[in-house]
Structures are given as structure tokens and as C-alpha cells.
Design a protein around this ligand. Structure first.
Ligand SMILES: Cc1cc2nc3c(=O)[nH]c(=O)nc-3n(C[C@H](O)[C@H](O)[C@H](O)COP(=O)(O)OP(=O)(O)OC[C@H]3O[C@@H](n4cnc5c(N)ncnc54)[C@H](O)[C@@H]3O)c2cc1C
Length: 321
């Protein structure tokens, strides 16, 4: 590796301006599909007007906020808060920090119960469906902002970016891309966004992202479509696609100014961290907290070992859920 750029410095953030046990009333501003109309998964782009609440002007791109759904659990307790990544830039959707957005996937499946193999009625996630059901003008209880570990650096132009997302993990990257590229002086950093989804119709914000990439030639988009065997962008998963296209992508990762951000499904951490280590990039991007793990061939690291002992380094940001 050539001489490294300084380690990134991150801006201070407001946390918990509104506590989840004392949420405030905000209003849904808009709700639109974030995927193609024919998508297998149902994901909505929901904009929430937080004006007049302590959240107004208090959030940064990359943070999340809390939503408290109405009603009670089966045990009679009020439902707890759920976190949703903010999909807006720091200036919000409106340019004044009054409207934030998120990318919400309806949790829908058949019930799975380890103690009752015959239980299979419809399982609907409480908060994701509440949020997706709301109409413009409806009230929603919110809290936050939350998180200080998934932010753009204070001097974004000093770095180049590799953004890796699966599914709704795209949310913070939508905010980052708007923050970096829209406005009077777009950031000249080189940016790669790779988004992994099961089917092409599940691609989130496709038109918006493609329009940004058309306008800014420092942004490259790559899709990893996992379940369409015939698809030219077949992954199957994000780390597989990185591996397959390593000869084209290697220079982005060995670039001394590179930062890697990964957001989405928890499984992504395993594949991406193992790949970085196998490609000799541990020093740049990872911290290994255990001598035995450090001495092993990374191809032998299993998921439990990676989750326990391998952490993001100063140039790596990880948010998985
Ligand atoms: C930092 C952070 C950021 C996040 N950002 C986003 C985001 O941007 N967009 C987004 O959509 N989500 C996001 N999430 C996830 C979100 O917080 C919720 O967890 C998600 O929406 C599900 O909540 P729910 O109330 O709909 O589901 P719940 O009612 O809480 O149901 C989910 C729970 O039920 C269990 N379960 C799931 N399926 C079944 C089944 N078939 N049978 C029985 N039990 C089951 C699961 O184990 C899980 O514990 C984020 C989470 C975190 C921590």
C-alpha cells in the first residue's frame, strides 16, 4: 500500500434528543413504493415531518430514528421502539432538516415457532407494517436520533468510498449520496455503491440512483441480484460479486483513501470481512481481537468467530440488523 491518508475524523452528533419512553408526535409527509411495483418484497420510502419536535435539524445522514408502534404485546406491555435508518441527507428531504425519511420493509411471513411445528398462520411485523400502513397526514410516534458509528467523515473529500448494501441497508447510503453529490459543490470522491437484493424488481431507489450516477461520473453502481440465475448481475451475494470482479475492483480497495461502509443483513458482515482479510486488507480495514483468529487462514473463520473477534477498523463502518 502507498502512503495512507489521515484516518477519518467524524462530526459530533446529537443522540436521543427524544427518548423512546417519551416519544413525540410527528406526521407522515409521504409514503411511496421504494421498489418496482412488481417486487416480491414490499418496501416503502416513508417521509416523516418532524418539524416543531426536538428531532428537527438534529439528525445527521447515517443515523437512525425510533418509531413506537401503538398497541400492546401479547404480554400486555406497550410495544417497544424500533429503529429505522434515516435515508435523507443531514439537511432532510426539504433542505431544512424538518422532513426525514426511511426505507421500511414490511415484515411478512408465516409464523415460525420452534415449540409448535404446526403453527403457520400469517406473521406480520408490528412496527414495519404500522409504518407502511400510515398515510400522509397520519400521526406517528418518533424518538431519536440514534447512532454515532455510521457517519460520513467531517472532510468527506479526503476519502473515497465503497458502499455495500443489502436490501433496506440502502437507506443510509441514499442519504450519503445525496449529501455528497447534490448541492452547489458536489464531492469529487470516487464512490462505488453495490446493492444486493433477491430479484431485480427488489432494487431500491433504482431510478433515483441511476439518475445520480448519470449526472456524476465519480459514482459507480453495481447490483448483486442473488436469485435470478439468468441475470447478468447475478451475485449471488454482495461479497461473491466483489470476489468475482476483484480484478476490476481491487484498486478501489487498495486505494489509501478508501473507506468501506456496509449496511444491511447481518450475514453480510461475515462475507465481506472474510473477503477483506483473504485479500490481505486486514491492516487497512479490520481489527482482530484474538491471537488465534489473527494466526488463522481467514478462509477458516466461521460466522461466530468473525462476529466475536473481527471488528471494523478506523476506515470501515458497519451497520447490520
Ligand atoms: C440500527 C437499525 C436500523 C434499522 N433500519 C431499518 C431500516 O432502515 N428499514 C427497515 O425496514 N428495518 C430497519 N431495521 C429493523 C427494524 O428496527 C425492525 O426490526 C423491523 O422493521 C421489524 O420490526 P417489526 O416491528 O415489523 O417486527 P416485529 O413485530 O418486531 O417482529 C420481528 C421479530 O419477530 C421475529 N420473527 C420474524 N419472523 C417471524 C416468524 N415468521 N415467526 C415468528 N417470529 C418471527 C423475529 O425474530 C423478530 O424478533 C433497523 C434495525 C436497526 C437495529
Amino acid at each position: 500500500m502507498t502512503e495512507s491518508s489521515p484516518d477519518p475524523v467524524f462530526p459530533p452528533v446529537t443522540m436521543h434528543a427524544v427518548r423512546p419512553n417519551d416519544p413525540v408526535v410527528a406526521r407522515v409527509h409521504s409514503s411511496t413504493p421504494a421498489t418496482s411495483r412488481r417486487a416480491a418484497s414490499i418496501v416503502r420510502h416513508v417521509e416523516v415531518d418532524v418539524s416543531g419536535t426536538p428531532l428537527e435539524g438534529a439528525f445527521r445522514a447515517g443515523q437512525s430514528f425510533g418509531v413506537v408502534p401503538p398497541g400492546e404485546t401479547a404480554k400486555g406491555k406497550p410495544h417497544g421502539v424500533r429503529l429505522y435508518s434515516i435515508a435523507s441527507p443531514t439537511r432532510g428531504e426539504d433542505g431544512a432538516g424538518k422532513i426525514l425519511s426511511t426505507t421500511t420493509k414490511r415484515v411478512i411471513s408465516e409464523y415460525a415457532d420452534a415449540e409448535d411445528a404446526h403453527r403457520h398462520e400469517l406473521f406480520l411485523g408490528v412496527c414495519s407494517n404500522h409504518l407502511c400502513d400510515l398515510r400522509p397526514g397520519d400521526e406517528v410516534l418518533v424518538a431519536g436520533p440514534n447512532g454515532k458509528g455510521f457517519l460520513l467523515p467531517e472532510a468527506p473529500e479526503q476519502h473515497n468510498y465503497i458502499f455495500l448494501a443489502t436490501g433496506t441497508g440502502i437507506a443510509p447510503f441514499r442519504g450519503f449520496l445525496k449529501e455528497l453529490l447534490e448541492g452547489d459543490s458536489p464531492c469529487p470522491s470516487k464512490i462505488l455503491l453495490m446493492l444486493g437484493v433477491p430479484w431485480e424488481t427488489d432494487l431500491l431507489y433504482r431510478e433515483e440512483l441511476e439518475a445520480l450516477a448519470q449526472k456524476h461520473n465519480n459514482l459507480e453502481l453495481r447490483w448483486a441480484i442473488s436469485r435470478e440465475n439468468h441475470h447478468p448481475d447475478r451475485g449471488p451475494y454482495v461479497h461473491d460479486r466483489l470476489e468475482r470482479e476483484w480484478s476490476e475492483l481491487e484498486s478501489r480497495f487498495t486505494d489509501p483513501k478508501a473507506m468501506v461502509y456496509a449496511c444491511g443483513l447481518a450475514g453480510m458482515q461475515v462475507g465481506v470481512f472474510r473477503l477483506l482479510a483473504q485479500r490481505g486488507l486486514t491492516e487497512q480495514f479490520l481489527k482482530i481481537r484474538d491471537e488465534e483468529t489473527a494466526g488463522m487462514d481467514p478462509s477458516e473463520w466461521d460466522a461466530a468467530r468473525i462476529k466475536r473477534f473481527v471488528r471494523p477498523g478506523a476506515r470501515t463502518k458497519l451497520e447490520v440488523y
